[in-house]
Design a protein around this ligand. Structure first.
Ligand code: PLP
Length: 333
């Protein structure tokens, strides 16, 4: 993969639409990357905002395509509904995303080194407001930028540690992609970085015995008898990548799959483990440190064979080199 990394950069066009008096306007593309919003906007004070992360991929034959954008749209609307924000009809969502990709077409990275055009749709509550209640006006914005690796290392193995902090409460907003979950994760991430780890692993907030999230990615593992396993909990963000891997593990690799508890004290049941997400793609986990011990997965410095196959299948589908399950790919051009 090239060395773009995962950093903000100014790009020519973004899309902005406003919700006012009960409806969305048509939305426009603009070159202005500064939002002009009221100082009392609920997004600024009460965290009334949610977002998505998705990518546009350039294929070998120079098409540009999206991976399961309907799932991003559904998740954005679930987040909106949890925070009492108006939903975005799918037609509007996909039209906005495509407009941004096409308007920035020249900077969608070339096929071949794993780089992509990352898209960030978001909804924020704006307008005059001081009481603790939902906004009366909203902005739906989509911007994008070329990106490379999220975790340094690409398909190299990385080390994680658990944290005593929680990113979400048992019946809170962990399953929604809302800003508050992420603000709460900055400090534990800083501590993990200072201790020499790439990110921290969150355990279930109620008992602190089960793995939930790997930073801003979901966890999966391969058992000693070759099952694909991933945690289940209502405080985990339902990762589109994770559910895609569940499907591919079963249908393409012929593995048994299980969504069930993954106990931190029982890591020896797994021979491979990884973090997965739009940004993280698949990042193999070399070790997990918890309290006073460190568990190393079986493959040493090598990427496990199942993880490698899952990566090749997923990334192959995203870049158009491997046939996709029906409905997973939306062509932009
Ligand atoms: C907390 C968290 N978990 C998991 C994921 C992975 O989800 P997805 O595969 O839909 O990108 C993300 C990124 O969106 C995330 O922020």
């Amino acid at each position: 993969m090239g060395d773009l990394g995962f950093n903000y950069r100014h790009t020519p066009f973004r899309y902005v639409s406003r919700w006012k008096d009960g409806k969305w306007d048509d939305g426009v593309l603009t070159e202005d990357n500064i939002l002009h919003i009221n100082e009392s906007s609920p997004a600024l004070h009460y965290g009334q905002q949610c977002f998505e992360g998705m990518k546009a991929y350039r294929t070998k034959d120079n098409k540009i395509q999206l991976f399961r954008p309907d799932e991003n749209s559904k998740r954005l609307n679930r987040s909106c509904s949890r925070l009492l924000m108006p939903s975005i009809p799918y037609e509007k969502f996909i039209d906005a995303v495509k407009q941004v990709v096409l308007a920035n077409e020249d900077i969608v990275p070339a096929y071949g080194n794993g780089e992509t055009f990352y898209l960030r749709p978001f909804v924020i509550g704006v307008g005059e407001n001081i009481g603790i209640h939902a906004a009366k006006e909203y902005l739906f914005v989509v911007f994008g930028l070329p990106v490379g690796k999220y975790f340094a290392g690409g398909l190299n193995q990385v080390d994680f540690c658990t944290t005593d902090y929680d990113r979400a409460a048992p019946n809170g907003t962990g399953a929604n992609k809302v800003g508050g979950n992420y603000a709460a994760s900055f400090y534990p991430k800083k501590l993990a970085r200072e201790a020499g780890f790439v990110e921290c692993i969150y355990l279930d907030p109620l008992t602190h015995t089960k793995i939930e999230e790997v930073g801003a990615a979901n966890f999966f593992a391969i058992t000693q008898d070759n099952k694909f396993v991933t945690p289940i909990s209502n405080s985990i963000l339902p990762s589109i990548t994770k559910y895609s891997l569940l499907h591919l593990a079963k249908e393409r690799l012929g593995l048994e799959v299980e969504e069930r508890d993954c106990y931190i004290e029982n890591l020896k049941e797994f021979k491979e483990a990884g973090a997965c997400g739009t940004a993280a793609i698949i990042t193999p986990i070399r070790s997990i440190s918890h309290k006073d011990w460190t568990h190393y997965f079986d493959n040493g410095e090598e990427v496990g064979p199942v993880t490698q196959k899952l990566y090749d299948t997923l990334v192959g589908i995203q870049f158009g080199d491997v046939e996709a399950p029906e409905g997973w790919i939306e062509i932009v051009k």
